[in-house]
Ligand binder design. Structure first.
Ligand SMILES: [Zn+2]
Length: 558
């Protein structure tokens, strides 16, 4: 019979010795869930067929026969039809909370290849929305994804939007706003913002509707758009998390972001309080405003809900002080200001993540980190630098020496062309330096930086890690810089988990770890590599709880 004492003892024993095999029949506790007939990826790159799950964690792994002994009268069994099971993916740098609040109210061009499909998505939204309501495409596309590079013309965009105001953002560099949109925003009343925008004119000197500016200007422009109501935001965020579950994602490290005040977390916290979170979210706090960063952080951290297995406040970043955020020429005063905050963080044993884009200026950041370490050890605090796509070997070594990890993303899948124009073809053939980071054993997590701008689909990122080919199909990284499917998944699971408070419980499917996993519709190890981006999860589980099902597993719907 089911015996709790035995179960606890056995669980402890199993996790101590880490065995995969089942125990003798008499000792076997009954699992809550058993999955059989699968190809379950193991940390040593081997596969097993079956897994037993008990109280959120993995109880045993082995052959179908071995795991059968864990099946009791109330065990739910799932036949996986020979499909691949991977550990749940963890995006280590996704602005998911911010993005999720508006996700359902936006149109996206993710995966769009033709002008016709792009216009269809706008027309479809126009037909659904009450007249006068905005159609917003807030990034997630680049011109290179369109066949022949042909994106819809301003005229075509206006016709497709059928009288609705239209906002179309390209990366953090430019925006198209339809005439209805310009009127509705009252853009002419925002003189200061307008002065920061470059208006794109046609050959006759008429405004095209396109305007360009830097990342901050584009963010400020976006923030003029009316947001959905709190209840719409609540539904939208939950729907976004479900979409991520469909992509096999079970965990996130969310870095807050520009113009994302603490009040904006309330809907997210509330979803968690109502036990409706369908993935584990670790989040860091960015500084809300320039000049009072340290005082603001000290105050903010007293207002946060208590951490648990699903919701974890994970320190500060990615914007820690405004003077050292998107600034390649910080002053000594900017550096000192960051040092003060980082020293406080080190003293408080906080995790830190820092946004930095260019290797040319990263020495300025290392100087600060090294100054902090003159007085404090950060060795076990899981600090990281995010982005820095053009990182070089010197910076990697300096990262390692300073106990800093790297949160890398697939920005060069979308922006290979711009990168090549700026740094040259040779630089693109090895960037970002993932192979070197792996060889040097620099802690390395992977993710997307989605979204207002990037695609959140981890399989797009995994395909790029494995093939090196950018969105236009062109070769980027050369052979010796490509990752194997195993290495790519490893970065997206164990690699990302390293930066989280409960790293030892996540990132791989082994006894004693959380049962966070995804049954994939196609085998990532055998599918043609140019099809990896089409892979989806058919069953996603977080802590042994089924949070998403599709296809043959739909009958397990939670
Ligand atoms: Zn960033």
């Amino acid at each position: 019979m089911f015996n709790r004492t035995v179960v606890v003892l056995v669980c402890g024993f199993l996790s101590l010795v880490g065995i995969k095999e089942s125990l003798p029949q008499a000792l076997s506790p009954h699992a809550d869930i058993v999955i059989t007939n699968a190809k379950i990826l193991q940390a040593d790159q081997s596969f097993v067929s079956a897994i037993a799950i008990y109280q959120q964690k993995i109880l045993a792994l082995g052959t179908n026969e071995q795991i059968a002994s864990y099946i009791g009268p109330s065990t739910q069994t799932i036949h996986a039809e020979g499909k691949l099971i991977i550990p749940g993916l963890i995006d280590s740098h996704m602005h998911a909370i911010r993005a999720g609040l508006t996700y359902q109210h936006e149109v996206n061009w993710l995966g769009v290849r033709t002008k016709e499909e792009a216009l269809y998505r706008i027309r479809e939204a126009a037909d659904k929305k009450p007249l006068g309501e905005w159609i917003v495409i807030a990034g997630g596309w680049v011109p290179e994804q369109f066949q022949d590079g042909a994106i819809p013309s301003p005229k075509e965009l206006v016709i497709a939007s059928k009288g609705h105001p239209l906002y179309l953002q390209k990366l953090y560099s430019s925006v198209f706003i339809s005439p209805e949109g310009i009127n509705k925003l009252g853009l002419t009343k925002h003189a200061e913002l307008l002065s920061r925008l470059d208006i794109v004119l046609d050959s006759n000197g008429h405004a095209t509707g396109w305007m360009s500016g830097n990342a901050r200007t584009i963010s400020d422009l976006f923030d003029l758009l009316p947001g959905p109501t709190p209840s719409e935001q609540n539904d939208s965020l939950k729907a976004f998390f479900k979409t991520l579950n469909h992509m096999g994602i079970t965990g996130l490290y969310d870095p807050g972001g520009y113009n994302f005040p603490i009040e904006s977390y309330k809907i997210f916290w509330n979803i968690h309080a109502k036990k409706e979170l369908t993935l584990r979210v670790a989040y860091s706090l960015s500084a809300p405003k320039r000049g009072t960063e340290l005082a603001d952080f000290k105050k903010l951290i007293t207002t946060l809900p208590t951490n648990d297995a699903l919701l974890q406040w994970n320190g500060i970043g990615e914007n820690i002080t405004w003077g050292m955020y998107n600034n390649d020429s910080p002053t000594a005063e900017d550096q000192k200001h960051l040092q003060d905050v980082l020293e406080w963080a080190a003293k408080e044993n906080l995790t830190v993540t820092l946004h930095w884009n260019n290797k040319e200026s990263i020495a300025k950041l290392f100087e600060v980190i090294e100054a902090v370490q003159a007085s404090y050890s950060i060795k076990d605090l899981r600090w990281s630098i995010a982005h820095i796509n053009n990182i070089d070997q010197t910076s990697l070594l300096r990262m390692k020496k300073n106990h800093i990890g790297w949160l890398a993303q697939d920005a060069l899948y979308f922006q290979a062309l711009q990168f090549e124009e700026k740094y040259g073809k040779i630089s693109l053939s090895y960037s970002p330096l993932l192979r070197e980071a792996i060889n040097l054993n620099v802690p390395l997590g992977f993710g997307t930086d989605a979204h207002r701008v990037m695609d959140f689909n981890p399989f797009v990122a995994l395909q790029w890690l494995i093939t090196g080919k950018s969105i236009d199909g062109k070769e980027g990284r050369t052979m010796e810089h490509l990752l194997t499917p195993y290495e790519a998944i490893d970065l997206y699971t164990k690699g990302s988990a390293y930066f989280l408070p409960d790293a030892d419980l996540r990132g791989e499917l082994s006894v004693g770890k959380y049962a966070d996993l995804a049954i994939l519709d196609k085998n990532l190890f055998t599918v043609p590599s140019n099809q990896i981006h089409t892979i989806r999860s058919e069953l996603t589980m977080v802590g042994g709880k089924v949070v998403f099902t599709a296809g043959p597993f739909t009958y397990n719907r939670p």
